[in-house]
Ligand binder design. Structure first.
Ligand code: ATP
Ligand SMILES: O=C(O)[C@@H](O)C(=O)CO
Length: 420
């Protein structure tokens, strides 16, 4: 059996932990790499490589994804997965389509499937249209995303300007006809085949139909049933690990402005956590010292949160004054610095909200790989760094309103001042 069986490339860090959590549910050994692994990396049967290429220029995204693919294939990976956001976060330029095209070229395949649906988290695809909860994607809060505002819900229409191949749809009636019908419909199409999925059971049927495909693209939920199918086929083995206990001390760092994160931040503050609000306009004047001093003065064990999380109006004002990229970068750099400060003061349990933010924080902490711990909410696990720290990288819209309290409670921190 080759060292690595399954290899995934994720376009952001929360997406990578989300996928790793879904695969881990089947009890298979998953290693999460932060960026391209170095020469000494020991390959695991399930490898997830976290990149930060959701909003980079498409040519950079393609080149990083291809390098990750080369590494994964060198380790023996036979099944490849391109993990992007369940809300299809992208721009007309990319990067979902360009990377998918490049991976198809390198793998020499003429078709792949796209399945962002994640019913457990309210993402469903019907007749090729993506829904978030009860709303179309383009009518959901994702229309106001700071970096990738989603103003259309039709996946083929979103993909078309991003790709060089044709797009196609396998619609729900076919999906409901079962795995054989889905496989037949996919085989009859070429290029980028969007597959509908409304319920978790749909994903089970789709997974059975695509388990032998060299490349699958989508959200994490379509990957969840795959390890069990491969285990049943004798391709991979189960391996339960003993989980480490991370050192104490806690902080939440939030750079996500999603509707759910806004509620979670409010709820955490209402419940008694101490908070510090970062303002991009102040950061632009070079004023991070105050936040660093504030953090240094806190009790490492006490519930606390530093957040740039703000309402769409305030985000738009900062972006108008500073530009979208600079406003985002200022916040990410600030939270990355504060994460380093937190570690230096002995804080080992860090929750980060937001995919881009998680990328910045994880890189600043010099983390190269993570092992998977318990799942706090669907798609959000605790991850262990190997040097006593635990990170929870929360996708913007994931988790219940009590997520931050839930996260620390799962590690045995509590009852706390922020208990809800
Ligand atoms: N107040 C603010 N004004 C302008 N930009 C902000 C503000 N707060 C955060 N940002 C930027 O918005 C972006 C939020 O993206 P991020 O990926 O971290 O969160 P998200 O999109 O909610 O999460 P996910 O990608 O996991 O769904 C980051 O670049 C962050 O720096
Ligand atoms: O798929 C999702 O919604 C998440 O894993 C994610 O990618 C958020 O950044």
């Amino acid at each position: 059996m080759p060292e690595t069986f399954f290899g995934a490339i994720a376009d952001d860090f929360t997406g990578a932990t989300d996928l790793a959590a879904m695969l881990s549910r089947a009890g298979v050994p998953v290693t999460l790499r932060i960026g391209l692994p170095g020469p000494g990396a020991v390959p695991a049967p399930f490898e997830v490589i976290a990149l930060k290429i959701r909003t980079t220029p498409p040519e950079d995204a393609v080149s990083e994804a291809r390098a990750a693919l080369r590494w994964l294939r060198k380790q023996g990976a036979q099944r490849l997965f391109w993990k992007y956001c369940s809300t299809f976060d992208s721009t007309p330029q990319g990067n979902i389509g360009p990377v998918a095209d490049a991976l198809m070229n390198d793998l020499g395949v003429e078709r792949t499937v796209h399945c962002p649906a994640f019913p457990e988290n309210g993402r469903r695809v019907f007749m090729g249209k993506l829904f978030v909860g009860e709303e179309l994607l383009s009518e959901s809060p994702m229309k106001d995303h700071p970096l990738t505002p989603m103003r259309d819900s039709d996946l083929q229409r979103l993909l078309a300007p991003q790709v060089r191949r044709e797009t196609a749809l396998v619609a729900l009636p076919v999906v409901r006809a079962g795995a054989a019908a889905i496989a037949e419909a996919i085989a009859a199409r070429r290029g980028h085949v969007v597959v509908d999925a409304v319920e978790t059971e749909d994903l089970a049927a789709i997974a059975a139909a695509v388990a032998e495909m060299p490349l699958v693209c989508g959200g994490s939920a379509i990957a969840q049933p795959l390890p069990a199918l491969w285990r049943a086929a004798g391709a991979v083995a189960r391996a339960d690990a003993t989980l480490p206990v991370p050192a104490p001390g806690q902080v939440v760092l939030s750079g996500s402005c999603s509707a759910m994160t806004r509620k979670q931040v409010g709820r955490y503050l209402d419940a008694g956590a101490t908070g510090y609000r970062l303002d991009p306009l102040e950061l632009a004047k070079g004023q991070l010292t105050h936040a660093r001093e504030w953090l240094a003065a806190q009790d490492p064990a006490a519930p606390k949160i530093i957040f740039a999380t703000a309402e769409p109006k305030s985000v738009a004002a900062a972006q108008e004054a500073l530009g979208v990229t600079r406003a985002g970068a200022l916040v990410e750099e600030a939270l990355a610095q504060l994460a380093q400060d937190a570690r230096a003061m002995g804080i080992a349990r860090i929750v980060v909200a937001g995919g881009e933010t998680s990328g910045a924080v994880t890189r600043a902490l010099g983390v190269e790989s993570l092992t998977l711990g318990p799942e706090i909410a669907p798609g959000v696990p605790w991850c262990f760094t190997g040097d006593g720290a635990a990170l929870a990288l929360k996708s913007g819209n994931f988790g219940a309103e009590t997520f931050f309290t839930d996260a620390f409670a799962l590690l045995g921190d509590g009852p706390s001042a922020a208990a809800s």
